[in-house]
Design a protein around this ligand. Structure first.
Ligand code: NAP
Length: 450
């Protein structure tokens, strides 16, 4: 496995994939450590390890941030913010897991006890290479589950660094392990009887293939998949504030975020002003060296991601859409792309129904709230959504009618350790974060006493 610096196209390092003997040893280690690790008397030990993990993340924040930026290209300021957020999720569960795991009295002597399931396989993407893993691992380890990470093949350095952080934090051998394996080896791991559950964050295709395996072996799964989030702007909105937030939501991490605002759906009364504000915000973005603190946008993470975006934009333009700003690859080394804005996107275009996983926004004009809702719900996805309006009736309508796991009113969709996160429709099922996220991988055991 090789990591390649997407800002230069040069190889950073190469890593040996696990042999079948090494993989077997890791599965055996996970199964062996689980019973003692999961014991209720060990809760405080586990939470102390999580606090130490937070401390290690913070103490060496620059080291981890540099690794993230070198492996997948996000601007260094965004990598630092990602590391800080990982520390915050460790501290959140260190403080709250005790309450979340307490027995729940159901009356008459009956209660629910929350018990861990065992080794959980986490298949994770590269776009937030630390955060995606920590948002699974912090609640899982707090509760006494054991984690096995199959990370994306382009971020093996991050995968190994996370294992190192948990080991240094004092988690016992086997409690959290990285499996450097290709995606073709995942089905065999899901099938292994020692694996009790699966969490996957990634594309719809990966979700389908892993969910089939999980279903075949009757294993609980949580899937966090793609999105094509709507960002709706109505006439009563603060249009310039909405445009600034829309562009930030779409463009951060070079547009490679599941919950980016991918489709701007704007009422005709404010369409012109919103369009111009977005266009100038996008034109002002500085694309360049992600290690330079002044850079707003680094390269796309891999040549495949950029090639996919180039193809989707070309097909969208061929179906009749127009370029309002940018939306083209940049010459030279690395996988840089000038962020863009498309208008007049027809129903037949890829950008209408597919996810664009890069820095290109699509602008749509609507005549009413009901038309905005219909367009918001037209894709197969249902992850996040944002609505800008000052009208209380409109707010209520959007909250109830938009098919998504998240609606932000006068803001943008963002994950937060305190809030459940996940989607509906082809964006997946199950929730991460908060108490709901922790309980996805717990056995709610009912206990009665005569
Ligand atoms: P991807 O190709 O699906 O990769 C994600 C992970 O799945 C990687 O570890 C990958 O391993 C593995 N994988 C891919 N195909 C697999 C298969 N057939 N069987 C088993 N494992 C497989 O996703 P991506 O294109 O890198 O990431 C972008 C997608 O993730 C977007 O759709 C985005 O919206 C979504 N995403 C969703 C969320 C969310 O919370 N809902 C968050 C972030 C990203 P290899 O690298 O070895 O192929």
């Amino acid at each position: 496995m090789r990591s390649i610096n997407p800002a230069t196209g040069e190889a950073l390092a190469s890593y040996e994939e696990l042999t079948s003997v090494q993989l077997e040893a890791r599965l055996a280690s996970a199964a062996a450590v689980f019973p003692a690790f999961a014991d209720r008397s060990r809760l405080e030990d586990r939470l102390a390890c999580l606090r130490r993990a937070a401390g290690i993340l913070e103490a060496e924040a620059d080291r981890w941030a540099q690794l993230i930026t070198l492996e997948m290209g996000k601007p260094i300021s965004q990598s630092r913010a990602e590391v800080a957020k990982c520390a915050s999720v460790c501290r959140y569960y260190a403080e709250r897991a005790g309450d979340m795991l307490a027995d729940e009295d159901r009356g008459g002597g009956a209660y629910v006890r929350w018990l861990p399931l065992g080794p959980v396989l986490a298949v994770m993407p590269w776009n937030f290479p630390f955060w995606q893993v920590f948002r699974f691992a912090a609640p899982a380890l707090a509760a006494g589950n054991v984690g096995l990470l199959k990370h994306a093949s382009n971020v093996p350095g991050s995968a190994l660094a996370i294992e190192e952080i948990f080991r240094e934090a004092g988690f016992p051998e086997g409690a959290f392990q990285t499996l450097l394996i290709p995606s073709g080896a995942v089905a065999g791991v899901i099938a292994d009887p020692r694996i009790r559950a699966l969490t996957l964050t990634g594309s719809e295709a990966a979700g389908v293939s892993c969910a089939i395996e999980a279903g075949r072996h009757l294993k609980k799964s949580v899937l966090e998949l793609g999105g094509s989030d709507p960002f709706i702007v109505m006439p009563s909105a603060d249009v310039s504030a909405a445009a600034a937030v829309a562009v930030r939501s779409r463009m951060q991490n070079a547009g490679q975020s599941c919950i980016a605002a991918k489709r701007f759906i704007v009422h005709a009364d404010v369409y012109g002003d919103f369009h111009e504000a977005c266009r100038s915000e996008i034109a002002a973005l500085r694309v360049g060296d992600p290690l330079d603190p002044a850079t707003d946008m680094g390269p796309l993470a891999t040549s495949r991601i950029r090639d996919d975006l180039i193809r989707q934009v070309a097909d969208t333009l061929a179906s009749g859409a127009k370029v309002s700003e940018g939306a083209r690859p940049l010459d030279g080394p690395g996988y840089f792309y000038r962020p863009g804005l498309l208008t007049d996107v027809p129903v037949s275009a890829p950008a209408y129904g597919e996810e664009l996983f890069g820095p290109v926004a699509c602008l749509f004009r609507v005549a009413s709230a009901s038309e905005a809702i219909a367009l918001a719900n037209v894709t197969r996805f249902g992850l996040g959504s944002a609505v800008w309006t000052r009208d209380e009736d409109e707010k209520a309508l959007f909250i109830d009618r938009i098919e998504a796991g998240f609606t932000a009113i006068n803001g943008m969709t963002a994950s937060d350790p305190r809030l459940p996160f996940g989607g509906v429709k082809a964006s997946g099922f199950g929730r991460e974060l908060a108490d709901l996220g922790m309980k996805e991988f717990l056995n709610a055991k009912t206990v009665t006493r005569a």
